[in-house]
Write a protein that binds this ligand. Sequence first.
Ligand code: UDP
Length: 404
Amino acid sequence: MRIAMISEHASPLAILGGEDAGGQNTHVAELSAALAAAGHDVRVYTRRDAVDLPVTVRSPDGYQVVHVPAGPAEPVAKDALLPHMKEFSRWLVDRWRGDWTPEVIHAHFWMSGLAALAASRQTGVPVVQTYHALGVVKRRHQGVQDTSPARRIGYERELGRAVDRVIAQCRDEVGELVRMGVPRSRMTVVPSGVNLATFAPLGPAAERQDDRPRILTVGRLVERKGFQTVVRAMAHVPEAECVVVGGPPAGLLETDPYARRLRALAVTCGVADRVRLVGAVPREEMGRWYRSADVLVAAPWYEPFGLTPLEAMACGVPVVGTAVGGIKDTVVEGVTGDLVPARDPCALGAAVQRLLDDRIRRFAYATAARERARRRYSWAATAERLVEVYGDVAAVRRPTRVVA
Ligand code: UDP
């Protein structure tokens, strides 16, 4: 099939770890690669955020990345991108008047959905929507600190009713969408996958001290990822070290406000000598860090899907996660890891310490985690399920509203 992925702020070619570069980038890159490997013609449309970017780039994984000129050719925070979506969709419509028209558009994040829907109204190409995150959930947890455009929640509701199919990534998201007023019948649940070649138990591991258990935690350095809870929990895990991967490149951690806050908190909690921030790590090196860990901790306040627990599981690393969002689906409590309430350093610390004290449990979790990731979460399987959805929506004829 000819498939257009729209990912306005999250380029599959971006360096990850920064504030707006994480799971969606990985998702779009891996999904596009898996679809291309299955013989599909995939083009990813993302905003041109630097002057020196060529319009099209061929990824080594077999898909094309198209840089859409919409807004200034420089980084713009994702919460400031809404005004540029009209321009984004107009450019798509013009482009698709040429020799390549997609059979389906798969939009990632709500603003991509708006651009996709506007383009669809002109071209008749059906739209499949993955939200990756929902404004209602963000507002609930972040309150006044949520910098999303005020109309986000309303737009997300409308999108859910207007697109041809909504892809929910976990059961929790289905519930949220239903409560927002998106009919269940419009949704299909297709979880993200994990790259089973990059994330495997065997392979090089980052250096570590043998006698000090390592807790790893990974993600964009933003408050809702719960790194503060992890630092506080370290007081309950006296022998271990905690490695935090993510954020700006190592050299810029000194000036990163959130990294500074975390370090200050570690000093206050008396654990500064056991908490290490390493900054952003390239995607292809992430396996080294997972493999060096005894336990992966994922402690977000909320999590639309959560790739890092799954990546750790694929490497055969047990997970202690908060019982939120997609983590409740990927981690099977008492089988592949443990779940604790969010924002509870005592519960988190106790669960981690219990696991570190119990070698046999760790081994059992690791084996089951690896098996679960391998059997249920390959990108090839995710791509196959999505192709079924694409085929279904493309089979329904839509009225074309192309103005001559
Ligand atoms: N990641 C990375 N380098 C980093 C930090 C994160 O490659 O320094 C990747 C990580 O391996 C995962 C993604 O970024 O693939 C984060 O996805 P997740 O779903 O956990 O969080 P999100 O960014 O979607 O909130």
